[in-house]
Design a protein around this ligand. Sequence first.
Ligand SMILES: [Zn+2]
Length: 465
Amino acid sequence: MKAKITLLALILAFKLSYSQNAPSEVFGGEFIKNTDSSLCLTLEQRNAIFKELNENIALLKRNGNLAFNNAKRGSHPLFIWPVQKASSVTYSSIWGISNYVDHNPNTPNQLTDYNCGTKTYDTTDGYNHQGIDIFSWPFSWYAMDNDQAEIVAAAAGQIIAKGDGNFDRSCDFSTTTPWNAVYVQHSDGSIAWYGHLKSGSLTSKNVGDMVAEGEFLGIMGSSGVSTGPHLHFEVHTNSTYTQLVDPYTGTCNTMNVDSWWQSQKPYLNPAVNAALTHTADPVFNACPTTETPNLSNQFDLNDQVFFTVFLRDQEPGSSLNLRIIKPDNTDLFNWNYNLTDYYQLSWWRWNAFPNIEGEWKWEVTYMGETTTHTFNVGTLSVEEATLENTSIFPNPFNDVVNINSMVKIEALEIVDVLGKSVFKLKGYTSEGIEQVDLAQLSNGLYFLTLYGEQKEKKIIKLIKK
Ligand SMILES: [Zn+2]
């Protein structure tokens, strides 16, 4: 894949001009992307996949378990979008597109995507990109750690192969380790490949099992030949499942005439993925270290708040309307910011000092869509300070987990997957952020139950790595 996801560095493009009524100078800009390109799969890996798919299909058929029936081959499926945010994610969106299928058979650097543009890549050794690369944004490693970007079945079908357990924090193309992936055959015989998934995240369903449209398949990761978390979505048809399909219809699509999407998205998708508040600027660490987002929705009176906007496909000549809205719904600041360049990924930041207690809003309107983020200044109201809002990080963890709670926790207990109690703290009280050392537990899946003062409880799935 083309190294558009690692985002090793960021242009910190200071713009010294204040927009009218802006609370501060703007900070931010585009991510510098690594421009190296290589295969999303090596030729050997690709051939091994074809071999495995055909062997598994033959085996399923022999056993009478193959769902696809060539005599009843229907029309091709219509896909839904294969990446969705987890229900816990409050962002507007979590994805962007870095590469389409390359329709120009020549190499190198002879690029034609379905729309006759060059949002694709090829390599000197003759590979033309065969899939669609969809990455997560912002904080792709943080999203991976916290299972925020889910890969779902674009269409119903039967799992023909799956591979899991491979290293999932690749940063370059040097690896020969295979990716983690799920392969689903549809009722017309076509097969969709979902690659680069997070290790251990794959659906528990097995080869031969059926999946529904929209069903969870795994978490976006960076396994195999990859430079950062993204999904490589590739589709093949015909009797040997080797004829490539580009799901997008367009003038320069040389493979298939009609769209395979239920609702084909535009070529570019300019949007606000997230409007967030922070205690400091987010830090984008070197690959594959998880970003330090410095996120917070809770500030003391007159604290400095960092207000960010994370955009995908920022469009030249477009503008953002930005509002910092007080608890009484009047504006502390209301300003516009003009965007002059096309950036696949960009982020912008301003600072302000909210000076009234209560629930505030950070509101960004872009391309007719409004994204509203709420945060609190001063003491939390009783409603918000509940066990429900208690969180655990990091998860998965190594030795120590942090419990971040606004309310008192009276006890906690951890059970393993068999329901056996493996850790207990009673008469323990904590508020704010508390560390709990769980080094003694062996790696695996656990369930943590937190008990509040009113005997209310919350159960959280924990993974020790
Ligand atoms: Zn790819």
